[in-house]
Design a protein around this ligand. Sequence first.
Ligand SMILES: [Zn+2]
Ligand SMILES: [Zn+2]
Length: 341
Amino acid sequence: MRAVRYTAPTEFEVVEIQTPQPAAGQVLIKVIQTGVCGTDLHLHHGDFDAKFPMIPGHEVVGTVAALGEGVTRFSIGEQVTVNPNLPCGLCSYCLSGRVILCENSTGLGSNMPGFFAEYGCVPEQLVFSVEGMGVDTAVFTEPASCAMHGLETLNVRPGSTALVIGAGPTGLLLAQLIASGGATAVTVAGPTPFKLETAKALGATNAVLIDRNDAAGNIEALRAASPSGDGYDIVVEATGATTVGDICVPLTRNGGTVLIYGVTRADEVMTFHPYDVFRREITIKGSFAEMTSFGATIAALRAGRVRTDGIITHRFSLDEYGTALRTLAKDKTAHKVVIVP
Ligand SMILES: [Zn+2]
Ligand SMILES: [Zn+2]
C-alpha cells in the first residue's frame, strides 16, 4: 500500500510499504478519506508527541477490509471511523477512570501509524460504525469528539451565553455543541469572513470579524456584540494564539468560564489579572483531545445536532500531501482539507 511516511521532522515521502494484516482482535480498514488537522502541522515540525518514523493522519473514515480472529462487532465493507487515542490502562489516572488524563497515552497518527495511507490496522476497541453516514460528515467524527469533550468539560449552565474565538473546523463544531448543550446564544469570532459565513449557516447566533493582528483592540466590539452587553458566561479560546488568550478573561462575565481549547506551543505564555479572576470568580479550564466521546459524537452527528455542511473546502491525493499542508497553513480560502488516497 502507499502511505505518507516521515523519517524526521519535515522529512516525508509517499512510499510503498507492506499492507498490514490484522492480528487477533484487530480490524484492517481501507481508507476513504482522512482530514488534515492543525495538529498535523505541529507533528510536521516534530511537536506534539511525534515519534519517527511516523505515518500521520488521525481523522479517518473508511470501510472494513479484513477482520482479525475474534472480532465479531463489525462486518466486511461496513463504514467505520477510528478513535485515534488509546489510554494505557495502567497509570493512576486510568485506574481511577480518568483516562483523558492518562500519562502514557498513545495516538494513532502521532506515535502509532495513522491514516494518510491506503489502509490502517487498529485494535477493535478503537473502531466505531458510521454506516450510512455521509463520508463528508463521518470524516469529522474525531474533531467533533474533541469538541464533545470540550462540551463535557464546560458543563454549560442552561441559559448561558458563549463566545467562541476561532472559526476553524473545531471551533464551529464546538460552537454548535455548546448551543445544543444549553447555551441560549453562541457568538463566533474570527478573522476570515467566509469562515464566519459558514458559522452563521451552521447556526451561530452572531458572527464577529476580528483583527488577528490586534487582538486587544477587539475587546470593546466583542463585548458590545454580547446579548447582555457586558461579555459572555463562556469564552472559548479556539485559535491557539496567546494574544487571543489574553482577551478571554476580560470578555468573561462574573462567575463565568474561560476554556483553553486551541493548541499553543508548550513554551508560550498567556496573561490575566489575578484580581479580576479572584474578584469576579472566573474559572479557567483546559480541554485536551478526547478518549471516550466517540459514541456521543456519532449520535450527535446522526441527529444533526452537529452539522458539517460547507466546512470541507479542499481535497488532495496522498501525493499532494505537501500541498495539503501548505494549503492548510497558508491559504486563506482553506477551511477543512482532506486527503483521499
Ligand atoms: Zn485532529
Ligand atoms: Zn494511563
